[in-house]
Every structure is written in C-alpha cells, then in structure tokens.
Design a protein around this ligand. Sequence first.
Ligand SMILES: C[S@@+](CC[C@H](N)C(=O)[O-])C[C@H]1O[C@@H](n2cnc3c(N)ncnc32)[C@H](O)[C@@H]1O
Length: 276
Amino acid sequence: MNYRHHFHAGNAGDVLKHLVLATIIERLEAKPAPITVIDSHAGAGLYELDPEGGEWQEGIGRLLDHEPATWPPVCAAYATALAGDALLYPGSPLVALRLLREQDRVIACETVAPVSDALKDALARDPRAAVHRRDGWSALRAFLPVKTGRSIVLIDPPFEAADDFEQLAAHLIEAAKRASTAILLGWYPVKGRRAADRLHETLRVSGVSRILAVELLTQPDHDPGRFAGSGLIVIRPPWRLDEDLARDLPTLVDLMGYRATGSARVEWLAGEVVED
Ligand SMILES: C[S@@+](CC[C@H](N)C(=O)[O-])C[C@H]1O[C@@H](n2cnc3c(N)ncnc32)[C@H](O)[C@@H]1O
C-alpha cells in the first residue's frame, strides 16, 4: 500500500468530494434527527499543505485566490468547514465534524496504522467521533443500517487496486439496499471515459433508484492516458442538490480558472422515483 492522501490533499477531487459532503450535512441539519457519517476510507483527517507546491495549488489553492464570499452558493457549508489556517486542510472526517452538531457522530475507518493514529490526533478525541483501524469495505456491512436518525456514507478508496471501480459499484449497491434511507457518496477518478462510464452503467441497471453522478473536470476527458478530474456518485441526494450543483459547478470551474479546459457534469443515472 503506497497511497498517501497527503500528496493529494486539497486537490480538485477533494474540493468536489468535500463540498458535496458539506452541503449534504448542512441540508440534513434542517431537521433535529441525529446524523451519522460513516467514512469507510477516512485518511489522516488533517493535512499540512506544502506552501512550496503540491496538488492543492490546482484545487483549493485556486479557490482560495478568491474571497469565500464570492464563491457560488453551493460552496457555503464547505467554506465554513475550511475556516481557519489555509495551509491546514481538513480531510473528510474533519469536514464532517466541523459541521456536525452535538447529537451527530462520525464513524471513520482507516487501515494504515500511522494514518489512523494521525486521524485520532486530528479528531482530537472528539467524543462524537469513533476511529476504527479496520477494512472500510467490510465496515459498511458492520455499521449499516444505522439504528437511529439519518446516515451519510462516504466511500473514498485510494484507487490503487485494479478492481476498485468494481468494488465501489458493488459496495454502493449493496449498502444502498442494506440501508434504504442512507445517503451514499462514492468518489472515483476520471481518466478517459471508459471506467467511469462502466461504473455509471452498472449503477443504472442496479435496481437502486435516485442515483446522481456529479463530475468536476479540470481537463478534457477523451484521453484515456490523462487524468481529467473526478466524479462523485450520490445515491438519494437531498432535494434540489442536483439543481444547485448544476447551477453552481460551472461557476466553480470558471472561478478556479479551468474555463478553457474543464467542465462540470450533473446527471441522473437512475430516476428520481422515491423508493418504498
Ligand atoms: C482517498 S484516501 C481518503 C481521503 C479522505 N476520505 C478524505 O477525503 O479526506 C483513501 C484512504 O483509504 C485508506 N485505505 C486503503 N485501503 C483501505 C481499506 N481497505 N479500508 C479502509 N481504509 C483504507 C488509505 O490508507 C487512504 O488513507
């Protein structure tokens, strides 16, 4: 296992993932019912960005060149989660904890020992957070469905293994069926269209309804050898998240300086039919 999210922290993929996670948490907080965020591949929780350079400069760095007040409205909760030292970037469990309330909690799984130790430190032993050094895939079975309140599940594997796309599809589908009201998020890289389109097709015919695919691309996606950006599958998105993202992501692409090469995409893979 060579993956270290440290090198990728704050890149454009993190921007998409964390802004959607933050927005969903904010929407669910309209009701007092407790929220559980399950983060199956949680990472270290807090990342010191290198002022000399790194992927963050092509992601959050470009956004921070502009005052948060000028960011499009769908970034509001994300901006709240980022408040503080710009060179200390919060990972997904910390983005969640910074927005969650007293009655909410985070279950974070991370297999790599030093990373899960760093995660415990980053979460500062917050009583709302539980860090598990365990396999995130099997954790989905262990922790879903949650017993009370609403749940948000983030599946964010490192995409080092050859079958990560297949694993992502299979676990999203299984978790959606196991937890019939959970909101599920699955992140994937876009390098050419082949793997992403295959993932979309698998989900389209899965029998799970209300599946949205959201992509933020900084480069054209027709070249299979080139990393173009990333996508997020959102199963059972809150009401109007699709419209808000479709309205604001193109503005975000412009604001980040990717108008010439990048694009945004918001597409329903399976209908907005409410499951019963
Ligand atoms: C993309 S990073 C996570 C980033 C984090 N979700 C965030 O947004 O800040 C993927 C993480 O998964 C961890 N990992 C790899 N295999 C795992 C597994 N089977 N279960 C749990 N964590 C795993 C890696 O060590 C790495 O820290």
